[in-house]
Ligand binder design. Structure first.
Ligand code: SF4
Length: 460
């Protein structure tokens, strides 16, 4: 017999418990087990007045934002709407069925006010990383770093050729004002830009990843044991800023958690001489990083690696056994042999090269051969030696773990374009996304279903 839904569905009284309607396997129940806002409240206390009408609970706003980043709902207006109808979202926000949802404009006011002043999102991220450490998800042996481009909220139509002569005006947007303020303090703001966005001048134009567009980079430093994101840093999308951000992140993790890795894994973009020297000499970390070397010869020609270095004699030996020396000329006023690019030039003798049989494969168009040796060459040699070891093969595989996190960020969390403008907008959004990724990792690895028996120990 075919059934039929009864027309009357309105019962007079309901017995309803929101807690019972959220299953243990629900993502929000799982990540809720690892959230702790006690420290947040203490930290925020000086930023609130002790008199007047109570504000909206900052914990509620953070919980609402976390829901948005968990489910790829990035519009604050839509988050408010979804929480109105979704029981699990209400439960996660500690809201009853009839409780009011804050207005979406509250987020904007708090973000630009107290939250940024107190650097609240950084505190929430650090608290979750600390929890990962407490749960044993961080080993601290190997860290990997990489950067990924995320589109800025800046239209291509608002692009002008740089440099732009900015003049203060009352109608300037917040992103432009932030950029002008950063000109005095942030070196990345003073870089030369060929194309500038008039809506978000801090964003970097890049055309090598398809049609030209303005981008920011999200930089991750991860622990390779369980792929926990140890730190995240926003930068305009260009290499020097990305490499510098790695140094900032390593220092910050060491300061906050007292963890310094044994090895750092990265791709060739991080293999500049200065970066390798910082890793080897200043931090005493093994650089599992390929050396950025532009001096390799063309096929059939002698490259840098064909010249052997003699440390004791401070010279190179060429394939014909002749010497390449620095400072062969004597100046009246002694000059430093170090160039602006932090290299020392070693030259062969014109006399030797003139009669050399190998000249056509060595320096066919010049009278002698020159080799630029970095003043950080000893650190580059350390990296070169590591690249020959079996451990490096494993590190190359481990490097992919950062890319997996970026793929998750863009495909699962739907994060391929920023909603907020300016470097501070990117800072907020990248921190929230990384916090959610770490919470998901905790839920996946350490979630324990609550024990509902009377007298059972409470999990927190
Ligand atoms: S050309 Fe000069 S530098 Fe090159 S192999 Fe011959 S002697 Fe050495």
């Amino acid at each position: 017999m075919m059934g039929q839904l009864p027309a009357q569905q309105n019962a007079l009284f309901y017995e309803f418990c929101l807690e019972k309607h959220i299953p243990d396997e629900h993502l929000l129940r799982q990540i809720d087990q690892f959230l702790d806002f006690d420290q947040t409240r203490v930290h925020l206390d000086p930023f609130y007045s002790h008199t007047g009408r109570p504000s909206i609970d900052p914990e509620l706003m953070i919980r609402m934002l976390l829901i948005g980043y968990c489910y790829g709902i990035r519009s604050e207006r839509r988050i408010c709407e979804e929480i109105r109808y979704n029981l699990a979202y209400r439960w996660f926000c500690r809201l009853g069925l009839e409780d009011e949802i804050p207005d979406h404009s509250t987020f904007s006011k708090n973000r630009h006010g107290r939250f940024r002043e107190a650097d609240l999102l950084r505190l929430v991220f650090d608290t979750v990383v600390q929890r990962c450490n407490d749960e044993g998800l961080i080993k601290g042996e190997g860290f990997a770093t990489d950067a990924s481009y995320i589109k800025a909220d800046a239209s291509r139509q608002r692009m002008v050729d740089g440099p732009v002569d900015w003049k203060p005006a009352p109608t300037q947007s917040r992103a432009v004002r932030e950029y002008l303020d950063a000109l005095d303090t942030d070196p990345s703001a003073t870089r030369t830009q060929k194309k500038v966005s008039t809506t978000d001048p801090m964003a970097q134009w890049a055309g090598d990843k398809g049609p030209g567009q303005f981008y920011y980079s999200t930089n991750y430093l991860i622990d390779i044991e369980h792929n926990v994101i140890m730190d995240v840093e926003p930068t305009p999308a260009y290499r020097i800023a990305e490499v510098t951000s790695t140094q900032t992140m390593i220092d910050r993790v060491e300061e906050n958690l007292g963890i310094k890795p044994k090895r750092l894994i990265a791709d060739t973009a991080y293999g500049s001489a200065a970066m390798l020297d910082w890793v080897v000499e200043q931090k005493q970390i093994e650089p599992h990083i390929p050396v950025l070397d532009k001096s390799q010869g063309k096929p059939g020609m002698y490259g840098r690696s064909d010249f052997s270095w003699d440390n004791a004699a401070d010279c190179y030996h060429c394939p014909a056994g002749k010497l390449l020396r620095s400072r062969s000329r004597h100046f009246k006023n002694p000059r430093s042999p170090v160039t602006k690019a932090n290299t020392i030039i070693y030259r062969s003798s014109q006399h030797d090269c003139k009669t050399c049989e190998l000249k056509s494969r060595c320096c066919p168009n010049t009278s002698h051969r020159k080799i630029a040796r970095s003043i950080y060459e000893s650190s580059r040699d350390v990296a070169r030696d590591i690249c020959e070891t079996p451990e490096y093969l494993q590190s190359r595989k481990d490097r992919k773990k950062v890319e997996v996190l970026f793929a998750h960020l863009k495909r699962v969390m739907n994060f391929d374009r920023l909603r907020l403008r300016g470097i501070t907008g990117a800072h907020d959004e990248f921190l929230l996304a990384a916090t959610v990724q770490n919470l998901k990792k905790l839920a996946q690895q350490r979630f324990k279903p609550p024990d509902y028996r009377i007298g059972a120990p409470v999990l927190c």
